[in-house]
Design a protein around this ligand. Structure first.
Ligand code: ADP
Ligand code: MG
Length: 447
C-alpha cells in the first residue's frame, strides 16, 4: 500500500471506528486496506468474501461518504478479496481464535488471585467525590481489620473495581506474604454451583479459607440466591472471626439490595460503608488532567475545563472521550478545535441502546429463524436452546440486565439456568468462530 493510501484508509477507519461498536469494527475492518486507486475508484482489499458481502451490504455508504470527505475526486468503491500477506487459512478444527481476540488488558490478570495489575493507587485520582472511600481503603492497608468489612458502593464507572483492586495490588506488593483473592459475586456463585454439582463442596470451602484478604466485587448479584448467600455467610463469618479483611463493592447500599438476607445485611452494616458518588466538577478536571498526562498528551486548560463541564458522566465515559480526542488529534497531526471536540463528545456519549427486552428477543428469534414464542417455551430442542442462550447472553452482556430478571422475562427460568447459559456462550465464543460472527451480526441489528 502506498503511503498516501495508507494514510487515507487510516483516516477513514478512525472515522468509522467512532460510529460503530468496537466488536463490529474489529470484525469487519480488520485486515482491510486500500489496494489501489484508479480514476476516482478506490479498490479496498478485504480478507474474504464474507467480509466483502458484509461491507457492501452494511457499511458501503459510510465508507464511500468518509472517503469522499477526504478526497472529492473519489466517486466509487470496489471490494477485492485479497488474503492478508503472511496469513494462511487456519485449519477448521481447533482454531483457538479466542487467544487473538482477548482484549489486551486481560493479559494483566493474574490467574492466582484474579487481580489486574493495571489498577493501582498511582493512577487513581482522589477528589472530593471519592476521598472518603479512598481514606477507608488506605486505613485498611495501614492497619488491617479496623473497617471490616469495608463496603464500597456507587454507580457504574465510578471507580469501585479500580479502588478495591488497588487495595489488593498494594497488599500483594507490600511483601507481607498475604494471600489475596479477588472475584465477582457471580464468579463465586458459579464456582459454588460447580463444586456442589461436582461433589467438591469441601474443597471449595477449604480454598477460600486459605486467603487473608478477600475482595468480592458487585455483590448485588448475590441477591435472591439462597444457597450462595448461605455459603457466603459462613465464609464471611470465618473471615470475620479470624480477623481477616473482606472488601465488598456493590451498586447500592446493602439495605437497598432487594432480596439480600437480613442477617447478611446486618453483617455488612457492622463494618464501614462508603459511597463513591458521581465525580464532581473539580475531580473531573483532575481526572482529565491526570489521564491525558499519563497518555503523554497535553490538553489546554481551556479544553480541559470545557470537557469536564460538558462530560458529566462516569469515569469510563470520560476515558472514552479522552481516547477519541487523542486518536483524532494524532491522526490530524494537530490539536482539535473546540468545535471538533464538541462533535466528538456528541458521537461518544451515545444514548444507551434503548431496545426493550422484547425487541431483543424478537430480533434474535428472527435471526435464527424461530418464533418468539419458542424462546419462552420450555422446550429443549436444539434449534431453540442456542438462540435462547444467545438472548440471555446479549441481555446480560450488552444491556446489563440481572440474571434473575432475565430468568423472569424468559418465562420464569431459574437464575442459575440463566447464568449457566451465559457462561456456555462465553465458553463457546472461545472456539466457535461462526458464533462470534452471529453475535456480531445480531449486535449490529440491535444498535
Ligand atoms: P466501577 O467498578 O465502579 O464500575 P471502574 O473501577 O471499573 O468502575 O472504573 C471505570 C474506569 O474508570 C476504569 O478504567 C478505571 O480505571 C477508571 N477510574 C475509576 N476511578 C478512577 C479514579 N479515581 N482515577 C482514575 N481512574 C479511575
Ligand atoms: Mg466494577
Amino acid at each position: 500500500m502506498t503511503e498516501e493510501n495508507k494514510k487515507l484508509w487510516q483516516s477513514v477507519l478512525s472515522e468509522i471506528e467512532l460510529s460503530i461498536s468496537k466488536a463490529n469494527f474489529n470484525m469487519w475492518f480488520k485486515d482491510t486496506f486500500i489496494n489501489k486507486q484508479e480514476e476516482g475508484t478506490i479498490f479496498v482489499g478485504v480478507p474474504n468474501v464474507f467480509v466483502k458481502d458484509w461491507l457492501i451490504n452494511k457499511y458501503h455508504k459510510n465508507i464511500l461518504k468518509s472517503l469522499r470527505s477526504f478526497g472529492e475526486h473519489i466517486h466509487a468503491v470496489e471490494y477485492l478479496v485479497i488474503k492478508p500477506e503472511g496469513k494462511r487459512e487456519l485449519p477448521k478444527e481447533n482454531t483457538n481464535e479466542s487467544h487473538s481476540e482477548l482484549p489486551l488488558q486481560d493479559f494483566y490478570i493474574n490467574k492466582e488471585d484474579n487481580l489486574n495489575s493495571k489498577y493501582t493507587f498511582d493512577n487513581f485520582v482522589v477528589g472530593p467525590f471519592n476521598e472518603l472511600a479512598y481514606a477507608a481503603a488506605q486505613a485498611i492497608i495501614k492497619r488491617t481489620a479496623i473497617y471490616n468489612p469495608l463496603f464500597i458502593y456507587g454507580g457504574t464507572g465510578h471507580g469501585k473495581t479500580h479502588l478495591v483492586q488497588a487495595v489488593g495490588n498494594h497488599v500483594k506488593n507490600s511483601g507481607q506474604g498475604k494471600k489475596i483473592y479477588y472475584l465477582t459475586s457471580e464468579k463465586f456463585t458459579l464456582d459454588l454451583m460447580n463444586s456442589i454439582q461436582g461433589g467438591t463442596a469441601n474443597q471449595f470451602k477449604e480454598k477460600y479459607r486459605r486467603y487473608d484478604l478477600l475482595i468480592v466485587d458487585d455483590i448485588q448479584f448475590f441477591a435472591g440466591k439462597q444457597k450462595t448467600e448461605e455459603e457466603f455467610f459462613h465464609l464471611f463469618n470465618s473471615f470475620y472471626d479470624n480477623n481477616k479483611q473482606i472488601i465488598f463493592s456493590s451498586d447500592k447500599h446493602p439495605n437497598f439490595i432487594v432480596g439480600l438476607e437480613d442477617r447478611l445485611k446486618s453483617r455488612l452494616n457492622s463494618g464501614m460503608i462508603v459511597e463513591i458518588p458521581k465525580p464532581d466538577l473539580e475531580s473531573r478536571i483532575q481526572i482529565f488532567k491526570t489521564k491525558s498526562r499519563m497518555l503523554g498528551f497535553s490538553l489546554s486548560a481551556e479544553i480541559i475545563e470545557y470537557l469536564a463541564s460538558s462530560v458529566e458522566g462516569n469515569i469510563r465515559e470520560l476515558e472514552g472521550v479522552l481516547n477519541s480526542i487523542i486518536c483524532q488529534s494524532k491522526l490530524k497531526g494537530r490539536d482539535l478545535t473546540i468545535t471538533e471536540i464538541k462533535d466528538l463528545i456528541k458521537n461518544n456519549l451515545k444514548p444507551k441502546k434503548n431496545s426493550s427486552i422484547k425487541e431483543v428477543i424478537k430480533t434474535i428469534a428472527e435471526f435464527y429463524g424461530i418464533t418468539e414464542e419458542e424462546i419462552y417455551e420450555k422446550t429443549r430442542k436444539k434449534t431453540v436452546v442456542k438462540p435462547r442462550q444467545v438472548v440471555m447472553y446479549i441481555l446480560r452482556e450488552d444491556f446489563d440486565v440481572s440474571y434473575p430478571t432475565i430468568g423472569e422475562k424468559l418465562g420464569g427460568k431459574d437464575h442459575t439456568t440463566v447464568m449457566h447459559s451465559c457462561e456456555k456462550i462465553k465458553e463457546d465464543i472461545k472456539t466457535d468462530s461462526s458464533l462470534i460472527r452471529e453475535l456480531s451480526q445480531i449486535r449490529s441489528m440491535l444498535t
